[in-house]
Design a protein around this ligand. Structure first.
Ligand SMILES: C[S@@+](CC[C@H](N)C(=O)[O-])C[C@H]1O[C@@H](n2cnc3c(N)ncnc32)[C@H](O)[C@@H]1O
Length: 308
């Protein structure tokens, strides 16, 4: 899904060598590509994109230690880590699974915004909002309450697909997303009363106590390693009886892992424990996949938690 990010070195020769190296990499000539990248790095030692690509090639070649060195150099050259070198280090087991660099998420989705819906809904069969809608209707129907909500907060709202699914059931939607270009798309739908470019945790922190009947996170917690802080804040913002509905990707083991697609997967027990720790009641937890990966449903969970 990610478009290749290129951060110019500022040196024309180095940038050209990088371009040739990328061509070679794509054709599978990895050793030659690595040589060219080293030449580019010699010309521009702080060339983040070259270091990052070198890290990927070293990893593809099975040279783990050299890959780690290159990814660390990429991180050092761009401390905001727009390429997500830190995530590659987590995947290589060189660093503990921890939070995602905000600049990485922002850059990824700003790049992705123009083709997001076609790629996600069209190519990956994305169905997160519809699954959340169905789950929320079921929980409300079991509680014999109408599925109508005055105020809803959409965490990681993206282009607004979740608000579209719930449009008839919510009076007033607030959207929060890290990526300004995703927020621009969401604004153009006219579905949101308020939109904020912010981290979801900060966005919730700025909301008053008991100020939303519904909080949604559709395919957004896959970018959050530790769910505990956001769940605790969601509880504070929900009214009594309010619902938090979210999707996650999942795996058969324990805890949270970072998958090959650079998205976190939370085990079912990890979701259960996090929901309970936030003093929310897990009203529904189903094994349902929100999207495909390599044309196969990616293992996923759909959860609805209630504030009692
Ligand atoms: C896969 S998209 C899903 C968008 C939307 N919820 C939907 O269902 O189409 C994930 C969105 O979450 C946003 N995001 C990821 N981490 C975030 C965070 N910590 N705070 C706010 N937004 C975040 C991304 O910018 C992106 O727009």
């Amino acid at each position: 899904m990610s478009a290749r990010l290129f951060l110019s070195s500022g040196d024309l020769m180095a940038d050209r060598r990088y371009g040739f190296a990328r061509d070679l990499q794509l054709k599978g000539h990895l050793v030659a590509a690595a040589d060219l990248l080293l030449q580019a790095i010699e010309l521009a030692p702080k060339f983040t994109s070259a270091w990052f690509t070198l890290g990927e090639i070293r990893r593809q070649l099975g040279e783990r230690e050299a890959a780690i060195t290159a990814f660390r150099a990429a991180q050092g050259a761009d401390p905001a880590d727009r390429h997500g070198a830190g995530l590659r280090l987590m995947r290589l087991g060189a660093e503990q699974v921890s939070s995602m660099p905000q600049a990485y998420v922002q850059t990824l989705f700003d790049q992705y915004a123009p083709r997001f819906e076609a790629a996600l809904v069209g190519d990956l069969g994305y169905r997160g909002p519809a699954l959340l809608f169905k789950a929320v209707l079921s929980v409300r129907s079991a509680a014999k309450k109408p599925a109508f909500f005055k105020r809803a907060v959409d965490l990681g709202c993206g282009t607004g697909l979740a608000a579209a699914a719930f449009a008839r059931n919510v009076d007033r939607f607030i959207g929060v997303d890290l990526a300004p270009r995703m927020i621009e798309k969401a604004r153009s739908t006219g579905l949101y009363a308020e939109l904020e470019v912010d981290d979801m945790l900060q966005g919730l922190r700025s909301r008053p106590d008991a100020s939303a009947e519904l909080i949604l996170a559709a395919d957004a917690f896959v970018y959050v390693a530790d769910l505990a802080p956001v769940l605790a804040e969601a509880r504070r913002v929900l009214t009594a009886g309010g619902l938090l509905a979210f999707t996650t990707e999942t795996h058969g083991g324990e805890g949270v892992i970072l998958g090959a697609g650079m998205r976190y997967a939370h085990s079912a027990s990890c979701v259960r424990v996090s929901v309970e720790a936030a003093d929310l009641k897990l009203s529904r937890l189903e094994d349902l996949s929100a999207r495909n990966e390599d044309s196969v449903p990616a293992p996923g969970l759909v959860a609805v938690a209630s504030k009692t």
